[in-house]
Design a protein around this ligand. Structure first.
Ligand code: KE4
Length: 429
């Protein structure tokens, strides 16, 4: 019998002391209804809740855990590292080593600055691009999510889209007045924005593959179009690879789509499960950041040695080619299995994949932006979500999130997942 009593008890306690009982809205299960799971531990591809239920995990902490939960190499490296102390307020060799690995994977990055989250990477980048160009307006894309920095919460994806919000309370009008929101894949919208505001636009910021509306790929030459139009108008191109970085290979989506950004933002995978964000790019731009330049950005725990170590251990594993061969194989197997079930059960599904990111839109429409993503049947997703939980599969509790596979997911996990979907489709009336 599938029980969630202990999770319910923990949630009741959590609500007394944590806002909404969670430390991030996406964990609240708002769009799927019911009470959120409380997790006891994870191991490899599995996650275990406090009621002892075991699940094949496709949340993966929303991206960082590309090597799976508690990977022995990461655990061992952290154990050794923590015995030397966990923070010094001074630079350590680990920061150099992780920066070298990032630069090896992202050749358009000359220099890196580590911070503590993807949000911090993007908000620091906004300050930097405005200083470098001496312009203030930023183009972003509806449904893209770049963390909770004020200027980019407009038409955000992820939890904002899930909760049916358009932005956030508390963000002053004069701040969002500098944010121009355009539809993803909408070249004409971008051209119109540059026609109207060209001289004022500091940068275009984009997730190269949108992962916060569900997974939506850029149309053929959209990213190279953005590179051309930003160059033409002396604006910068910021590619937010917090989610896509290292998800397709030991590189970013920028290499897959052959686009050279001015600044790249990273997070998630590069921290291996500990809090790390980073921004980096051309030397002439990055050298404007303090202590070299006038753009101030700092952080007590930036470059934290433990977080660096988790990132180093994870990226060193990812450098082994067989890792990505396996990740591509299992993600394609899942995609194919889902598409077969879509036909067999006559359930309209658009299955979108980028490397080891995948998600499903329950619609017969082509999904290529925020508005078409919203044609997905979120009620159907909610019912499927709970059925899958009963059958041991844990998806992100929102139809507007990417699912994540790890190198710890086995062929058996994939086949069990497909079987769980099949059983769930049978049971959903
Ligand atoms: P963080 O501040 O959450 O580390 O990163 C913000 C961020 C920036 N850019 C992209 C493309 C992102 O996907 C994110 C964060 N992603 C969400 C999941 N969709 C994090 C989950 C959460 O908010 O709890």
């Amino acid at each position: 019998m599938f029980k969630l009593n202990q999770s319910a008890k923990h949630f009741q306690q959590a609500q007394q002391v944590l806002v909404g009982g969670v430390n991030s809205p996406v964990r609240a299960f708002k769009s799927v209804g019911g009470k959120p799971l409380f997790i006891s531990h994870g191991k490899g591809s599995k996650i275990f809740d406090v009621d002892g239920n075991e699940y094949i995990d496709y949340v993966g902490s929303y991206g960082p855990l590309i090597a799976g939960h508690a990977h022995p190499k990461v655990v061992k490296a952290l154990q050794q590292s923590v015995e030397k102390g966990c923070t010094f307020g001074a630079t350590t060799q680990n920061e150099i080593a992780l920066a070298q690995l990032v630069i090896e994977a992202f050749p358009y990055i000359d220099k890196v600055r580590f911070v503590n989250s993807g949000t911090e990477a993007i908000l620091s980048t906004l300050r930097l691009v405005r200083a470098f160009t001496n312009k203030n307006k930023i183009i972003k894309f509806r449904g893209c999510y770049h963390g909770h920095c004020d200027a980019l919460l407009v038409d955000g994806g992820s939890g904002i889209m899930t909760l049916g919000m358009s932005g956030s309370a508390g963000v002053p009008e004069n701040l969002v007045n500098n944010t121009i929101s355009v539809s993803f894949n909408d070249k004409e919208g971008v051209e119109n924005a540059f026609t109207k505001y060209g001289k004022e636009i500091a940068a275009v910021a984009i997730e190269p593959v949108a992962g916060n509306m569900g997974v939506i790929l850029p149309e053929a030459d959209f990213l190279t179009f953005l590179r051309e139009i930003t160059k033409k108008h002396n604006a910068l191109l910021v590619i937010d690879e917090v989610m896509t970085g290292f998800r397709h290979g030991f590189y970013g989506a920028q290499q897959v789509f052959n686009v050279q950004p001015d600044i790249t933002c990273l997070g998630k995978v590069i921290g291996g499960g500990l809090p790390v964000g980073a921004y980096g790019g051309k030397k002439e731009i990055m050298d404007m950041v303090a202590p070299l330049g006038g753009v101030y950005q700092a952080g007590t725990l930036s470059g934290n040695p433990l977080a660096m170590q988790a990132g180093i251990s994870t990226l060193q594993m990812l450098k082994q080619t067989e890792t990505y061969t396996h990740l591509h194989h299992i993600t394609a197997r899942l995609k194919n299995g889902l598409e077969q079930l879509s036909t067999h059960f006559n359930v309209p599904m658009q299955v979108h994949q980028f490397g080891s990111m995948i998600s499903v839109f329950f619609t017969s429409s082509k999904v290529y932006n925020y508005d078409t993503a919203k044609t997905t049947d979120t009620d159907y997703f909610a019912r499927l979500f709970w059925k899958l939980l009963e059958h041991g599969v844990y998806l992100p509790p929102s139809n507007f999130e990417s699912w994540f596979l790890s190198s710890a997911h086995s062929i058996e996990d994939i086949d069990k997942t497909i079987a769980a979907f099949e059983q769930s489709f049978k049971e959903i009336v």
